[in-house]
Design a protein around this ligand. Structure first.
Ligand SMILES: NC(=O)c1ccc[n+]([C@@H]2O[C@H](COP(=O)([O-])OP(=O)(O)OC[C@H]3O[C@@H](n4cnc5c(N)ncnc54)[C@H](OP(=O)(O)O)[C@@H]3O)[C@@H](O)[C@H]2O)c1
Length: 403
């Protein structure tokens, strides 16, 4: 019904990973930082502090108070007590949080129709471990930098199960781009794209969070890559990451351009927009073409969440071309997640993967800093202004940071 990112289980969004710190360091090719000593191993509190690092007693978080795809209508900032980690949990001081198109599907209750407000918002964060439970201390320590995806990221501090935390070498927002956006492109193209060298791949919303990765992975597979976007600046960015034919659909007619320049059709489509763009993409599929449905953002702001689609003749169109449409939902591919993440981290470390981050620095109100900026960042994405992954910086670095 919608394009959610995380499946829910036991009231908590399921995250994808079971990492040990050592494993991830090896995979990312980054040397382990020296272990810091645990100062307080209080069994009663199951809570550890580091060098008296100041953990305040209260914090702000964003809570969904009312189900609505209008983020501003659905969500309120609340002051709450900073939670105490349970035995297997980390308390993460969020430094950066990622904005996803599906944040508004989540606030509309489309992930889990049984969910009732109030519940926490936000899918992914990156920050420092400032406290942890005793069992969690076998794999992590205070001061570690971790990323995660799961519910409740739009908060100054978030509790994260240690086994779902991804150790990262430093607090760089680029790592945040890989958790959902990068992993979606990597796994979807690998498992459902069946890409062959020389094939033509169309990526819609190509300059956005996940689109940028689809472009790069399709290019790495030796394909000719076409990417749609809404500005010349985005088209320039797409060129810079290897896109052969960026199409600014504001200044060029997408359907006519594709028909004229690709008369044999498109082999693979990585489709995120839905509605009329999906129809157009179906119509331009080549024989044996594969269209992967990644999302349908053009409908998310509507009450149903689903854009109109004239699919009456779909069976005929697919049959006549021996073409197929395949849906992709990241939580269904968790078996591929660890390999995807380590491979992307290695590519990034070697300078072979661009992880473009957009913190809103060029907006009139300036960079997205602080929890309240999440509202502005969601608006920004839905205005189609972002170039790369939209990220909000929650807090400036502290003295213990590894940035
Ligand atoms: N299936 C999964 O597991 C999964 C995982 C992650 C993301 N997704 C999907 O991937 C898509 C992109 O998500 P993202 O978080 O990476 O966002 P994003 O691409 O960073 O941002 C959204 C972009 O979509 C384009 N867009 C086209 N039509 C739009 C419309 N009517 N309203 C707003 N934006 C529109 C805009 O780019 P232009 O203006 O340049 O067109 C905008 O910048 C979404 O459909 C999302 O649901 C799916």
């Amino acid at each position: 019904m919608c394009s959610p990112l995380c499946a829910r289980s036991s009231g908590r969004a399921v995250s994808a990973v079971c990492w040990g710190r050592r494993g991830a360091d090896a995979l990312s090719g980054v040397r382990s930082v020296p272990r810091r000593l645990i100062i307080d191993t209080s069994y009663s509190a199951h809570f550890m502090d580091f060098k008296g690092s100041s953990i305040p007693s209260s914090m702000k978080k964003l809570v969904v108070n009312k189900l609505s795809p209008n983020f501003r209508e659905a969500v309120r900032a609340r002051a709450v007590a900073v939670p105490t980690p349970a035995d297997t949990e980390l308390l993460v001081r969020n430094r950066f949080v990622g904005i996803n198109a599906s944040d508004i599907n989540y606030t509309a209750g489309r992930y889990d129709p049984s969910v009732k407000p109030p519940f926490d918002a936000g899918f992914e964060g990156l920050g420092e471990v400032v406290g942890l439970g005793l069992s969690a201390s076998s794999a992590f320590t205070v001061g570690d930098t971790v990323a995660y995806f799961g519910s409740g990221a739009f908060a100054e501090y978030t509790l994260v199960p240690a086994k779902e935390s991804v150790p990262v070498p430093s607090v760089r927002p680029e790592f945040l781009t890989l958790l959902v956006s990068g992993a979606t492109a990597y796994i979807a193209l690998k498992r459902l794209g069946d890409l062959a060298k020389g094939e033509t791949v169309l990526v819609t919303a190509a300059a956005g969070g996940t689109g940028q990765f689809a472009v790069q992975f399709a290019k790495q597979a030796g394909c000719h890559v076409i990417g749609t976007c809404s500005s010349d600046e985005k088209a320039g960015f797409l060129k810079s990451i290897g896109c052969d034919r960026p199409i600014n659909y504001v200044t060029e007619d997408l359907a006519k351009t594709l028909k004229r320049e690709y008369p044999k059709g498109i082999d693979v489509v990585y489709e995120s927009v839905g509605g009329s763009v999906l129809e157009l993409a179906v119509n331009c599929l080549a024989n044996k073409g594969r269209l992967i449905i990644i999302g349908f953002i053009s409908g998310y702001q509507t009450p149903s969440g689903i854009p109109p689609f004239g699919g009456g003749t779909l069976p005929v169109k697919l049959l006549q071309k021996s073409a197929s449409i395949r849906g992709f939902f990241l939580p269904h591919f968790l078996g591929d997640y660890k390999d995807a993440l380590s491979s992307m981290m290695q590519m990034f470390a070697k300078g072979k993967l661009v992880c473009e981050v957009d913190c809103g620095d060029l907006t009139t109100e300036g960079r997205f800093v602080g929890l309240e900026s999440v509202f502005r960042a969601v608006d920004y994405m839905y205005a189609g202004k972002n170039l790369g992954k939209v990220v909000v910086e929650l807090t400036p670095p502290n003295n213990n940071s590894k940035l």
